[in-house]
Ligand binder design. Structure first.
Ligand code: AMP
Length: 176
């Protein structure tokens, strides 16, 4: 029922940003009060007993529900950002994108070895960007790291999960 509500409000934009891509536009979930509440409440139920102390949101669509969830879990919120955006000292991780290299950064004082971390982004496609974020968070040697998406794309043979080590706990609210 909840999933149907989310699915029915998710906008698909064909051929964005390039021809052939079916872009899943979560802005239509974020702007809808019912959908926003469903997403945050469902994730809260999934993670409320996991001892999470930090939610790390991936720039920028991972910030919206990530921050709301952190608030509800009583955890802190950490921004994983594109290079050059964070003002203080950072740790970084490079990764390959379809066209060229990219980098993701987190402030060095944002996570400690006492944290239990939940990584959050809007969508899992190839898994490349979240894997980089996962490796970046592992540099901080936290007690545990879990991974969550609102949407997991499994169409067209995509299997983003497969790029992660098998022991990583990965969840998604919607599988499309
Ligand atoms: P990937 O690293 O391939 O898993 O790509 C995930 C990132 O790219 C997420 O931050 C998504 O927001 C974005 N993304 C990739 N493919 C799509 C898609 N079909 N629709 C919406 N966002 C996408």
């Amino acid at each position: 029922m909840n999933n149907q509500t989310l699915l029915s409000h998710l906008r698909n934009v064909p051929d964005f940003p390039v021809p052939g891509i079916q872009f899943k536009d979560v802005s239509t979930l974020y702007k809808n009060p019912r959908c926003l509440r469903i997403m945050v409440n469902e994730l809260y139920e999934l993670y409320r007993n996991r001892g999470i102390t930090k939610v790390v949101g991936i720039e920028s669509r991972g910030f919206v529900v990530g921050a709301a969830l952190a608030y509800k879990l009583g955890a802190g919120f950490v921004m994983a950002r594109k290079p050059g955006k964070l003002p203080a000292e950072t740790l970084s991780q490079n990764y390959m994108k379809e066209y060229g290299k990219d980098t993701i950064e987190i402030h060095t004082d944002a996570i400690t070895d006492k944290d239990v971390v939940l990584l959050h982004d809007d969508l899992l496609a190839t898994g490349g960007s979240m894997l980089a974020a996962y490796k970046l968070v592992q540099q901080f040697k936290p007690k545990d790291v879990m991974v969550n998406f609102i949407i997991e794309l499994t169409i067209e043979g995509l299997n983003g999960r497969s790029v992660f080590p098998p022991e990583v706990d990965i969840t998604a609210l919607l599988k499309i």
